[in-house]
Every structure is written in structure tokens, then in C-alpha cells.
Design a protein around this ligand. Structure first.
Ligand SMILES: Cc1cc2nc3c(=O)[nH]c(=O)nc-3n(C[C@H](O)[C@H](O)[C@H](O)COP(=O)(O)O)c2cc1C
Length: 214
């Protein structure tokens, strides 16, 4: 079957993240963002594609801060309440019935009930126009990364996707279908990509005795 070129969401599972910000006036905002990705290993950069008319974009531009919250499937019913187009003076934590999780390194709060949180500082914004439609690529630097203990194995540094049940979304002609991921029981070390079998970034993942994450 040949699809129209714009229907990429119909064949790509996308993460659902909630971006929380506060406005210059202190109003709390939340919006679901699926056009999100980490930028290369081992950078601490993330990239988010945003339409121009987003309170999220206005807030992170003026405050330079945002939190990428990772919800599980149990938060699927919070997607529409946080995606509603409401005026910027509406507190979207209250609107969606969500509680804040105070951040450690930035003022913008995270969302309680998610399984992980990336506190970010704005690195820079790339402004573009495509086919007459203005959009922005937001590059953020993760300054504090936290994950629920119950879904993360400290020893191996791997998370249990079956416990966390990350909320994901895929598109169809009718709308958004929500899903999650399952492990398939296959593992490869990073080193497998290299001729000498060694991961050049191995040192970064090695923990010294008693060393906590930065
Ligand atoms: C599952 C989902 C994913 C979304 N992903 C994006 C996205 O990646 N970029 C974007 O600009 N808008 C995205 N949106 C739309 C915004 O969440 C929506 O316009 C929201 O009202 C923006 O809120 P704000 O104006 O408070 O920032 C998404 C909506 C949903 C429901």
C-alpha cells in the first residue's frame, strides 16, 4: 500500500511526553508533545518540534526552562485535558487534575505520577517555515534526570518497560491510537557495532564505587 507522504505517524510509534512550563507571570502549563527525541548518544540534548502557536513555546522562550515528563499508559486520560487549546492564563495542572512534582534545578514543575522527568534548560531554538507554516525546533539541555526507582535497575542501568508502560501514540486517518512497548528478549551491547567490540563511550557508563549520578 502506498500512503500519502505526510502520513508518517501512521507507521511510526511515537512517545507521548508532557511538557510542563510556567509563564513569565507564573501560570503553570502542560502540553502533550510527541515530536520529541534525544539528540545522539552521549549528548544531554533533546529536541522537540513545535508549532509556533503554542503557549509551551512562549513560556520556554521567556523562562528558558521546561520539564519533559514521561507518562505511563495509566495517564492516557490526561492527554486531551492537557492538549485543549485554552487561553494562556488558565492553570493546566488544575484543568487536567494533575499535581506538580517540584523540580530540583529549575522553577518549572514536573508532573506527579509520571515515571521519569527531564528538567531542561533551553539551549536554542531553530525557527523554520515549511510550506508557509512556521515551526520551531527546540533544543534543550537536560540539567536533571530522574526516574522512578521501581522501574529502573541501578546495577545494569536499564529500565523495565513492562513495568513503566510508557505511553505511546500512533496515528490513523481518524485520530490517535494509544499503545505501549514490550521487550522482545533480545539484547546487544553497544560494542557490537564496532570492529573491536568496544563501545568508545563505555567509560561514561562506568560507575565508580559509591558514585551517584550527577
Ligand atoms: C498526543 C499528542 C501529541 C502532540 N505532539 C505535539 C508536538 O510534538 N508538537 C506540537 O507542536 N504539538 C503537539 N501536540 C499538540 C499540542 O499538545 C496542543 O496544541 C496543545 O494545546 C498545546 O498547548 P499549549 O498551547 O499550552 O502549549 C500534540 C497533541 C497530542 C494530543
Amino acid at each position: 500500500m502506498i500512503l500519502e507522504n505526510f502520513k508518517r505517524e501512521s507507521i511510526v510509534p511515537m512517545p507521548v511526553t508532557f511538557i510542563s512550563t510556567i509563564s513569565e507571570n507564573g501560570v503553570r502549563n502542560i502540553a502533550p508533545y510527541s515530536c520529541f527525541m534525544p539528540v545522539l548518544r552521549p549528548f544531554d540534548l533533546v529536541c522537540v518540534a513545535s508549532a509556533k502557536r503554542r503557549d509551551t513555546l512562549v513560556n520556554l522562550r521567556s523562562t528558558g526552562e521546561f520539564v519533559i515528563n514521561m507518562p505511563g499508559t495509566d495517564m492516557a486520560d490526561k492527554v486531551i485535558p492537557t492538549a485543549l487549546h485554552v487561553p494562556p492564563d488558565i492553570d493546566e495542572f488544575e484543568l487536567a487534575g494533575l499535581k506538580e512534582k517540584p523540580s530540583k534545578k529549575i522553577k518549572a514543575p514536573g508532573i506527579e505520577g509520571c515515571y521519569a522527568w527531564m528538567e531542561c534548560k533551553l539551549d536554542h531554538i531553530i525557527e523554520e517555515v515549511y510550506d508557509g507554516f512556521p515551526y520551531a525546533l527546540i533544543l534543550g539541555k537536560v540539567v536533571y534526570l530522574e526516574v522512578e526507582d521501581s522501574v529502573y535497575d541501578k546495577e545494569s542501568g536499564s529500565w523495565d518497560v513492562e513495568k513503566a508502560k510508557p505511553l505511546m501514540m500512533t496515528g490513523s486517518d481518524e485520530g490517535m491510537h494509544f499503545c505501549t512497548v514490550n521487550g522482545i528478549g533480545k539484547f546487544e551491547p553497544y560494542g557490537a557495532m564496532f570492529k573491536n567490540g568496544k563501545d568508545p563511550l563505555e567509560r561514561m557508563y562506568k560507575k565508580e564505587e559509591g558514585q551517584e549520578c550527577k
